[in-house]
Design a protein around this ligand. Structure first.
Ligand code: 4NP
Length: 151
């Protein structure tokens, strides 16, 4: 199974989501390939934001080797799931996607055990505390995503 995590810049939320899902997939011995991308082009080629790298390093997850890229049309064929961090990015993905691939696109927060996990708040203008909150939110949402795909 191949899963693409999508946010705006691909430097804060989606690289963190990739790192957390890779970690959980290993823990649950699930064969999931994970990548991440942004809907915007501002940060192409950059490593994740230093604050995201630090927040994930605190729990032993290294995302420093990731590099930002933009979502491409090919992604809609390549991935089984394309999970957006918020509704703006979900809407942008829906506009980019060929009609027959739209079912693969979802809001990550929809997987929270039947509860509404909501949007993953953009921490870009925040501080370390917002990045730690983002990490904890991703951990909960992605654990639920794992439960969903296991069932
Ligand atoms: P991300 O956060 O979408 O979680 O990577 C952002 C990164 C950059 C910007 C906004 C959000 N920006 O405006 O440059």
């Amino acid at each position: 199974m191949k899963v693409l995590m999508v946010c705006l810049g691909n430097i804060c939320r989606s690289p963190a989501a990739q790192g957390v899902l890779e970690f959980l997939a290993r823990k649950h011995r699930l064969d999931i390939q994970v990548d991440s991308a942004g809907t915007a082009a501002y940060h192409i080629g950059k490593r994740p934001d230093a604050r995201s790298i630090a927040a994930l390093a605190e729990i032993g997850i290294d995302i420093s080797q990731q590099r930002a890229r933009q979502v491409s049309r090919h992604d809609f064929e390549e991935f089984d799931w394309i999970l957006a961090m918020d509704r703006d990015n979900l809407n942008n993905l829906a506009q980019l996607a060929p009609a027959q691939e739209r079912a693969k696109i979802a809001l990550l927060g929809e997987y929270r055990n039947g509860l509404n996990g909501g949007e993953v708040a953009d921490p870009y203008w925040g501080e370390a505390a917002e990045f730690a909150q983002m990490r904890e939110h991703l951990m909960v949402l992605l654990q639920d995503f794992i439960s969903e795909i296991k069932s």
